[in-house]
Design a binder for this molecule. Structure first.
Ligand code: SAH
Ligand code: SF4
Length: 417
């Protein structure tokens, strides 16, 4: 990809290609989605508006983009009529392209999306009684190769841009029909706990989790810039308390995530000793459990009211014994962490080398942690019938390629035999 620069990242792995923040379309127009307001002001000034006009227009356009979800400059009725074509000749309001959208029997929805340069990634919407959660991707694929995760087996990886990340949230609002209609009035104040003016009746998008494809802390700047637009009262206006970032344990970036983004933290712990975590979450070989838990203890903003979630995938005979549960409790207490534990039944995928623990085992594990005074709910798998559950995200296109390869192999075999 011509417009891809290599970003160095502090990991075990090769740098992840990251595109430039602005890559004009083939026709030279620039996509405004994902750019902060001052950047839009600069672009308007560079295109010929005087400083005052550029600032005013940027403010108006920004409001239309993020409060009203408008995708056409022609609909911006408070902008002078002759100004609207001027804008649309130079700029576009993009959305990720939808390749496929699927609906699960349990109400979960999954979208296969495509970037302008033809990379596919996925997002998932999970409604329940009290909230509607959008599971957002930060990268195409993931470089970290956790042994139980299907996304980690994808070869192709590139960081998503802020526009491609915030674009997922905007597309979900398009699909759910959630943009406010009527008079130009927004949610200028974001109350800390009210979901930014959105009710929590499960049909609406109230929460965001950075738990789709990719490791968000390997794409720190873009994830931060996108989430700033999501949290901005002039932007999408969602409270930071309703956003959770999940990391497999990129320790050097965790403090910055706390201070520069300030959302809830989830940590994919999955094991309580070095040997097992080295095997199933290979980044552990670089940043070990002690370092990781210390970074959690130091996480800015963590408190009993805002606990850190430890995700723990239940793998049969690997990390699911009573001793593991007790060690998990010991570690959480040793570091004095305000924590809750999320037990995730392993979601199998073709070729996975693990099995899910039995329901009785998961229940027993949960009871041990719970009896020690730490909340340990078992997460109900959602959207399994459309491969939308945790760790199953791997684009349909890649799966089809694999199926095609198998078919070709069979045909070849048949021809030979
Ligand atoms: N890369 C980040 C966020 C995306 S994964 C991270 O690893 O935290 C979101 C969660 O799903 C993580 O806790 C991950 O470990 C878990 N997960 C991955 N594959 C899974 C599978 N096959 N079954 C159940 N959970 C899985
Ligand atoms: Fe990447 Fe998270 Fe999957 Fe690990 S679990 S491979 S970090 S997406």
């Amino acid at each position: 990809m011509a417009d891809t620069a290599l970003m160095s990242i502090p990991g075990l792995i090769d740098p992840v290609p990251t595109p430039r923040d602005i890559t004009p379309r083939a026709d030279g127009r620039i996509d405004l989605i994902g750019l902060p307001k001052p950047r839009i002001t600069e672009l308007f000034a560079a295109a010929g508006l005087d400083a005052k006009a550029a600032k005013l227009r940027a403010k108006q356009v920004f409001h239309w983009l993020y409060h009203r979800g408008v995708t056409d400059f022609a609909a911006m009725t408070d902008i002078a009529k002759d100004m609207r074509p001027w804008l649309s000749e130079r700029f576009v309001i993009g959305r990720p392209e939808v390749v496929l959208s699927q609906h699960s029997s349990d109400g979960t929805r999954k979208w296969l999306l495509k970037t302008a340069d033809d990379h596919e990634y996925e997002m998932v919407f999970i409604p329940d009684e009290s909230r509607g959660t959008l599971c957002v991707s930060s990268q195409v694929g993931c470089t970290l190769n956790c042994r139980f995760c299907h996304t980690g087996t994808m070869r192709l990886v590139r960081n998503l841009t802020p526009g491609e990340i915030v674009g997922q949230v905007m597309l979900a609002r398009d699909a759910l029909g959630e943009w406010p209609k009527g008079a130009m009035q927004g949610f200028d104040e974001v109350e800390d706990d009210d979901g930014g003016g959105y009710s929590a009746d499960g049909r609406l998008l109230t929460n965001i989790v950075m738990m789709g494809m990719g490791e968000p802390l390997y794409n720190f700047d873009n994830v931060r810039d996108a989430l700033k637009l999501v949290m901005d009262g002039d932007g999408l206006g969602l409270s930071r308390r309703r956003i959770t970032l999940s990391t497999s344990g990129v320790v050097p970036m965790m403090a910055r995530a706390g201070t520069e983004i300030g959302v809830n933290l989830a940590v994919s712990l999955h094991a309580t000793n070095k040997a097992v975590r080295d095997e199933i979450v290979p980044i552990n070989r670089k940043y070990g459990i002690e370092e990781l838990l210390q970074a959690c203890a130091d996480y800015p903003g963590a408190s009993n009211a805002r606990r850190i979630t430890f995700e723990y995938v239940m793998l049969k005979d690997k990390n699911d014994s009573d001793a593991d549960a007790r060690e998990l409790v010991r570690l959480i207490k040793l570091y004095n962490l305000p924590a809750k534990v999320n037990l995730i039944p392993f979601n199998p995928w073709p070729g996975a080398i693990y099995e899910c623990s039995s329901p009785e085992r998961i229940r027993r594990f949960s009871d041990i942690v719970f009896d020690a005074g730490i909340s340990a709910p078992v997460r109900t798998p959602r959207g399994r019938d459309i491969d939308a559950a945790c760790g199953q995200l791997k684009t349909t296109a890649q799966k089809m390629t694999r199926a095609e390869l198998d078919r070709l192999a069979d045909e070849k075999q048949a021809a030979l035999g």
